[in-house]
Design a protein around this ligand. Structure first.
Ligand code: ATP
Ligand code: MG
Length: 283
């Protein structure tokens, strides 16, 4: 059985559990339990503080884990990364009080900066040739300037609303992060095989998330033009409609190009366009 460590409760928890479920792996969750076993896949889930996950995976207490790159790199364990997971996207940024004059990162020379990520911050300051005093605190970093602990902070930002509500402005982006799957580097052959199975499923789910299934009707003389506009896995499926001279065309499009393609195929004569999410995609 493979042991997976995920965050017990926090910003990674819900999406981590969702991913495992989307992989067709069932288990019973209870907020009181510290671990559960899947009922249909050789997987045991451990619920932990996110900070502990890289260490536990490195030591082999857990075989694999899901954690933010910010925590992973801060702990110097980036070598354990197996796969980016595309959720819990955020950034580590420097921020200063809104009313401060700020020209460049050089303004932080000699200043006090509060953060929970001293290693990431130090690496960034070294790169920029800035010498500042780092104050490591474990939480509520955003209030440090208002209580006189520091002139600047370096903290996790996603929308920026926490900074604004604390009278701060984001001035530099230090590190970009998303959730990653990590694995111990000395897994037994049997565990490696289970991990490969899990990875195969994760990749199928991820591939599907970036794609949409599209169906449309078009007059036969427009089919070629429309199918040239639709990149598909192999080539689009074309089925005749009951109405003579018309066909239904099915294909798969990238979520990112989606609106642009829709405009073009409409202009080319497509009608009755349906766009449907894809659950899994194996190529
Ligand atoms: P724990 O109690 O497990 O130590 P925590 O308070 O340290 O939890 P959370 O705030 O739950 O951590 O964040 C967990 C991870 O989620 C962060 O390390 C980061 O990778 C990511 N994250 C944090 N804030 C955001 C956000 N606003 N949007 C998206 N992802 C975020
Ligand atoms: Mg934490």
């Amino acid at each position: 059985m493979l042991r997976l460590a995920i965050q017990k409760s926090g910003r990674l928890s819900e999406d981590s559990l969702k991913l495992i479920r989307e992989c067709g792996i069932s288990f019973i969750t209870s907020s009181l339990k510290l671990k559960t076993e899947s009922t249909n896949f050789p997987l045991e889930i451990l619920y932990l503080r996110d900070d502990d996950i890289p260490g536990y995976v490195a030591d082999g207490v857990a075989d694999i884990g899901i954690v933010g790159q910010n925590v992973l790199v801060e702990e110097g364990k980036q070598a354990l990364t197996v796969e980016k997971l595309g959720f819990s996207k955020c950034r580590l940024s420097l921020a200063v009080p809104k009313s401060d004059q700020y020209e460049s990162v050089q303004d932080l020379n000699g200043k006090n900066i509060a953060t929970s990520y001293p290693n990431l911050l130090q690496a960034y300051l070294n790169e920029q040739g800035v010498e500042a005093h780092i104050h490591t605190i474990s939480g509520s970093v955003e209030i440090a300037p208002s209580i006189g602990l520091a002139e600047a902070i370096c903290d996790i930002v996603s929308s920026g609303s926490t900074l604004i509500s604390n009278g701060l402005k984001e001035v530099e982006r230090v590190f970009k992060s998303e959730a990653v799957l990590i694995a111990n580097d000395t897994l037994s052959e049997e565990k490696r095989r289970i991990l490969d199975k899990l990875l195969f499923r994760i990749q199928a789910v991820q591939r599907a998330q970036k794609k949409k299934y599209i169906l449309l009707n078009a007059p036969n003389d427009k089919l070629q033009e429309i199918s040239d506009l639709l990149p598909s896995i192999k080539s689009p499926t074309i089925l005749p409609l009951a109405e003579h001279g018309w066909s239904s065309l099915h294909s798969v499009v990238n979520e990112d190009d989606f609106w642009e393609i829709i405009e073009k195929i409409k202009d080319a004569g497509a009608q009755g366009i349906l766009v449907i999410p894809i659950e899994k995609m194996i190529v």
